[in-house]
Design a protein around this ligand. Structure first.
Ligand code: PXL
Length: 283
């Protein structure tokens, strides 16, 4: 029998606003991946431009989850971390990676901490240093351009970028430890936007038509869809194509519906096409 692949998503749960676990769970389930979660914090909403959110830190629970799971002998094909709220959480998640490192599986780290040239307001200026250490444990990292520049200690640059700039950045990112990189927010002109993949010193570009505006939670839609592709045995570049198409189509819906960009993208109705692109309906 063809049993589902198993993943662990280690992110916060933001009750409203469609990011982190409220995205990772539905997207990975749609990709046919059995997904367990280690929630790092519970918030009423995410922190991106919405005031007054509640924040219950769950740092003390993380190791207890891992202890219990280890006593049950649980194993996983992928470990996927996203938004982590403190240096302690970075260290604890790093130890969880050591304990559950999948033998032929994937550790995917999305170094969520910044966008549009700015570190998110909830993080101290030295947070990228801590995140760098977690990236060293990953097989694949999925930074956006701002995060990639912070991780490699370079000043922020507005695009459009040159291929040389992107490829230097990709090469510098590999020195952090992960062998594969998927860099998001890559653009060479104002009409297109997408991602660059890098493995074995080779860069590939997966671009799509740009939709105006900035939309919250797209990194989590992208990262979850990417992992869904990889766990369905698509290559890094094929999985990136699937993730770019899913994210772009979700953004297009949001743009057309003119919903509040802070409230997340309308990815739900794009799930059927995502499942089709994963070729899950053909068997
Ligand atoms: O989408 C990234 C993210 C996840 N979780 C929380 C956030 C953000 C980005 O702002 O605030 C709580």
């Amino acid at each position: 029998m063809n049993l589902p692949k198993k993943a662990v998503a280690i992110h916060d749960i933001s009750g409203f606003g469609k990011c982190s676990l409220t995205v990772a769970l539905p997207v990975l389930s749609a990709a046919g991946v059995e997904t367990s979660v280690i929630p790092t914090a519970v918030l009423s909403t995410h922190t991106g431009g919405i005031e007054g959110f509640t924040y219950r830190d769950l740092t003390e629970d993380l190791t207890a989850f891992a202890d219990h799971w280890q006593s049950l002998g649980l194993t996983f094909d992928a470990l996927y971390s996203g938004f982590l709220g403190s240096f302690r959480q970075l260290e604890i998640v790093s130890r969880i990676f050591d304990r559950f490192k999948p033998e032929n599986g994937i550790i995917l780290v999305d170094p969520v901490m910044a966008d549009h040239g700015k570190l998110y307001s909830v993080f101290p200026p030295d947070f990228p240093e801590g995140m760098r250490k977690l990236c060293a444990k990953a097989d694949i990292i999925v930074p956006n351009i701002t995060e990639a520049l912070l991780l490699t200690d370079k000043p922020y640059e507005e695009g459009p970028y040159s291929e040389k700039f992107i490829e230097n950045l990709l090469e510098d990112l590999t020195s952090l430890g992960a062998k594969k990189i998927v860099l998001t927010g890559v653009f060479f002109d104002e009409e297109h936007l997408g991602a660059a993949t890098y493995e074995n010193k080779r860069a590939d570009y997966v671009l799509s038509k740009r939709i105006p505006g900035a939309y919250h939670g797209t990194g989590d839609v992208f990262g979850s869809a990417l992992l869904g592709g990889l766990l369905n045995d698509f290559s890094l570049t094929e999985s990136t194509r699937i993730a770019v198409d899913f994210t772009t189509a979700s953004i297009r819906r949001t743009y057309e519906a003119q919903t509040d960009h802070r409230f997340g993208v309308l990815f739900e109705q794009e799930i059927p096409r995502f499942v089709q692109n994963l070729k899950l309906l053909d068997v």
